[in-house]
Design a protein around this ligand. Structure first.
Ligand SMILES: Nc1ncnc2c1ncn2[C@@H]1O[C@H](COP(=O)(O)OP(=O)(O)OP(=O)(O)O)[C@@H](O)[C@H]1O
Length: 732
């Protein structure tokens, strides 16, 4: 029965007929014993389809059947796009079949349930799927740990694999390796735990022929010495000749599945390439739902048990308990995160000190008075400014020697009250010149004082007659382009005028309250002039903290999905919740440091030193960061698209500024927007922080409670939604 077919030689017809008879006999023997055999992998009537742009259904697997025996190498060959990777994804449970069944080591595979035999499988995807910031040593250690290997076994196996695959030194970073070297590390990660089933998606691409030969020898030896089964896809059809069984795939079906020897015989070919070509010609007319022309012939089947990795879990749960299992997995995940994080020094520093930088910027930014603003002065009463200077130098009194009020050059007194540190005064002879400069942006305002300003003021004081009041008024022409600046100019000029008017009143022995507005404004919380920084800057830090926690956690999760390490970790039997717990701990520790340092720097610099205020603000902020991290989990479970995530973060920060009342009170919004603002997590939290800082509110105050309730609503909502999304779509 063991007839050798040397490559290149042609069989004569008689011999071929004889061999076909032998094959039929083998097939008969196999079928009669098939019921008692447990295959490593069984695929039955597998259908899977996608809808393309024109919403036409396209079958990728079209009623496919496949059988992989234990202790064998199964080579899956076929043209690019025929569905090989899709089939492997279904076997691994990453994709769900539309219909049909897949069994791995006797266990039905479904993408929704945790694969019971996950730790018995080793998978090398087509993409590298490794963390570029890890070294080779760290990568192998990571995979060894998540496969629950003991230190000693990991050491032994790493040593053997590194020699076999001729890997570069342990401390070389994956990102600095060549394409071929990366593929070899990826293969090493797939075989490190000595799996019972090995699924390799084009492992020999970019590997030189000598090493390729070495890898094949290793695979063959491994299958002979243990009950390891290997499914390997390859574009090098000649490689498949070394396999025990070969599946020739086209348009989602296996045209043939047999040992290479039998395929050569059956299709009267000298090489598998030729056999594949002959097969394709024969099957040109195969229709989408037609019977699959599969041929099942198996050699040397043996009864099999669940793989070594699974035994290890059972052993572990028996001896050490679930807790130890979690500690091992969580610490493996944590070590990997930390190794990646500490390597990016800039990333580390910017993450930890981001809010401190922001606080320092804020100390000098919003809330400080504008400096160096220029105002134009058109003083028609005293055109020459040096005359005013001389006059004030000699005469600062408002009364003469007879104690009479002097209504003379009062414009000089008024202009003197405008502080030089507030404004630079530029004098003009006429309004038109000043207007031209204002239009070019050289002036922020123009003050126009009438020729008979002093007389008009005297007339008004003595007669209380409204006629001619316009001559006593200073025309203030404001550039309203910038609201903040024009409000500042307005306030400062009003302040200067009231000071001047009060001095005139006192000087002339009138009641100074006469010129005061009839509203006596005094602050209940905060102080009249110094509240702005206190009321607004903590909100900047709060929003900054939210978007830092949201953005950095989102980036880490989606990057692990893009790198492929997310899928590979899940395929090793790790639960997504376990990965997310580590991500959460990692992010919250970073935020703890970043937010604490940021808030301390800011609060102390703006004079908030009360411990309770700092403590309550910190707890509110950290809870808010937690909501940000949960939001990132939700977003990254929906998509790993970097441009969408970036747009979401930027859009979200603008939304936060708009709806938090940071720049404009929420009460100023239309009612429908107010409802959105109070639903989103920004407005109530900002109100709470304002109250904590300005009124000294604590956890028991209503507004603060509202803030916390809003935050916890978002934490719970995003957690539940992420859970639901991940239940449906665990793999990226
Ligand atoms: N999510 C999807 N939506 C639509 N079409 C898809 C999707 N995933 C895969 N396909 C299509 O299914 C077909 C099979 O893809 P698959 O990756 O399994 O091919 P393959 O045989 O592994 O190819 P290669 O050898 O080039 O890797 C391809 O035409 C691919 O474009």
């Amino acid at each position: 029965m063991n007839i050798r077919v040397s490559e290149g030689s042609r069989m004569d017809h008689k011999l071929n007929r004889l061999r076909r008879k032998i094959m039929k006999a083998e097939k008969f023997l196999f079928v009669s014993t098939l019921d008692h055999i447990m295959n490593s992998v069984e695929v039955r009537d597998a259908f899977i389809s996608y809808h393309n742009e024109s919403t036409k259904q396209k079958f990728i697997l079209n009623g496919l059947n496949m059988t992989v025996a234990p202790s064998s190498i199964y080579a899956l060959i076929g043209a690019s796009g025929c569905g090989k990777t899709t089939l492997l994804s279904c076997i691994l449970g990453m994709k769900e079949l539309d219909s049909g069944t897949i069994k791995v080591l006797g266990h039905k595979v479904t993408s929704k349930k945790q694969n019971k035999v996950a730790r018995s499988i080793g998978f090398m995807p087509q993409d590298i799927a490794l963390s570029p910031q890890l070294t080779i040593g760290e990568t192998l250690k990571y995979f060894g740990n998540i496969f629950l290997m003991s230190e000693q076994k990991l050491e032994e196996r790493s040593h053997m694999i590194k020699e076999l695959l001729e890997l570069p030194p342990d401390d070389r970073l994956i990102e600095n390796l060549s394409g071929g070297q990366r593929r070899r590390v990826s293969l090493a990660a797939a075989i490190i735990h000595n799996p019972q089933i090995l699924i390799l998606d084009e492992p020999t691409v970019g590997v030189d022929s000598i090493l390729r030969d070495k890898i094949w020898k290793f695979l063959i030896k491994s299958t002979r010495e243990s009950n390891l089964s290997i499914i390997i896809t390859t574009h090098y059809i000649s490689e498949a000749q070394q396999s025990d069984r070969c599946g020739m795939m086209r348009d989602g079906v296996l045209l043939a599945e047999d040992s290479p020897r039998n395929i050569l015989l059956k299709y009267e070919a000298d090489s598998l390439d030729e056999a594949f070509l002959n097969l394709c010609k024969l099957n040109k007319q195969v229709l989408p739902n037609s019977q699959n022309p599969i041929e099942v012939v198996c050699d040397g089947y043996v009864k099999n048990d669940i793989g070594a990795g699974q035994e290890k879990i059972d052993e572990l749960s028996h001896f050490k308990g679930k807790l130890l299992y979690y500690i091992q997995i969580i610490s493996a995940l944590f070590s990997k995160e930390w190794a990646c994080f500490k390597r990016g020094k800039m990333d580390l520093l910017s993450n930890l000190l981001y809010l401190t930088f922001l606080s320092i910027m804020l100390m000098f930014g919003p809330g400080s008075d504008p400096r160096g603003l220029k105002i134009g002065i058109v003083n028609k009463e005293v055109l020459d400014p040096s005359y005013c200077k001389d006059y004030l130098r000699q005469n600062i009194s408002y009364r003469n020697e007879f104690n009479d009020c002097i209504y003379e050059h009062l414009s000089c007194h008024f202009l003197n009250e405008i502080q030089d540190e507030d404004f630079i005064k530029v004098h003009y002879n006429n309004f038109n010149d000043s207007y031209k400069d204002a239009k070019q942006g050289k002036l922020i305002a123009v003050l126009e004082i009438q020729r008979n300003f002093s007389e008009a003021l005297q007339y008004l004081h003595e007669n209380f007659n409204a006629n001619g009041i316009e001559f006593s008024q200073v025309g203030v022409h404001l550039d309203q382009t910038d609201m903040q600046i024009s409000t500042f100019v307005h306030n400062r000029l009003m302040k200067a005028y009231f000071k001047f008017a009060e001095k005139v009143m006192v000087g002339c022995k009138y009641n100074k309250d006469f010129v005061k507005p009839p509203l006596n404004i005094s602050p209940m919380f905060g102080s009249l002039y110094k509240s702005f920084k206190k009321s607004i800057l903590p909100l900047f830090i709060l929003q900054g903290a939210y978007f830092q926690s949201f953005g950095s956690s989102c980036y880490r999760i989606s990057q692990s999905k893009v790198d492929g390490i997310w899928n590979r970790t899940l395929l090793a039997g790790v639960n997504p919740i376990e990965i997310l717990i580590v991500q959460f701990i990692f992010s919250i520790v970073i935020m703890f440091v970043s937010f604490l340092s940021g808030i301390l720097v800011l609060f102390l610099s703006i004079g908030i030193t009360d411990f309770t205020t700092i403590f309550v603000s910190f707890i509110l902020g950290i809870s808010f960061c937690t909501a940000g991290i949960f939001m990132s989990v939700l977003l990254s479970s929906v998509t790993k698209n970097a441009s969408f995530i970036t747009a979401f973060i930027f859009g979200g920060s603008i939304l936060a500024v708009t709806t938090s009342g940071l720049f404009w009170p929420v009460d100023g919004q239309p009612e429908w927007l107010q409802q959105i603002s109070y639903f989103l997590p920004f407005a109530y939290t900002s109100d709470s922080l304002r109250d904590i800082v300005m009124k000294g509110s604590t956890f028991l105050d209503f507004n603060v409670i509202k803030g916390f309730v809003n935050i916890f609503f978002w934490i719970i909502a995003t957690f539940l939604l992420s859970f639901l999304v991940m239940k449906k779509k665990k793999f990226s």
